[in-house]
Design a protein around this ligand. Sequence first.
Ligand code: PEP
Length: 236
Amino acid sequence: MILAANLKTNHTRHSVKEYLQAVTVFIQEEAIGAEAVIFPPATALRKGTSAVSIGAQNAYPVKSGSFTGEIGTEQLEEFELNTILIGHSERRHLLGESEAFIRQKFDFFAQQGYRIFFCIGEPIEVKEQGFEAVMAYIQTQLERIDLGYDNLVLAYEPVWAIGTGKTASSEDIAQVHSAIKKLCDKPLLYGGSAKPKNCAEILSIEGVDGLLIGTASWESKGFCDMLQITKTIDKD
Ligand code: PEP
């Protein structure tokens, strides 16, 4: 089971250091078996610990070069990082990353052997058209993505559930996860307003291999509470 914390544009170098330390100690003291991954903002990237790995929320598909405002693998390697989030809905919809660019990023980071957390999920207007439309949308997002790539983790994140407090129903999550699993048998996380209150129910759903958590992970306590709950899930 994987629990990943997407800190987005929150936290500083100092607070990420404290966050990482708190989660590391918690995992060790509580003997948490689930895997924990933290995605801090770029300015607060640092090496992971024996209990927690660190990933980049974003990077440009280059080693280095003239890409103002971006970072490449040269900057990630300084922290011995080889995990990256690609296709997050905020990058797709707020920052305008196209399907073509997302595929370019996937191919580049896959070639470098990075562990890729690849996000997919439909906006509300697609959700309103029903399950077939949702799956057609997701299939388009997965087109020309190498689903056989060894170091791939998928995250199903319905756009309308991200940061809104609205979680997909267990039936919807089960239905979509089961359909995605038929396309790709890689670890599949759910993301979208997961929190301590609802995470046991979500994690118990067949086909859910973990969570990608935004808001509820921004304080280490919230993330630790969810890690603690993974111990009650009888799966694997
Ligand atoms: C996310 O941004 O990946 C996410 C799941 O956010 P939230 O948990 O706040 O919905």
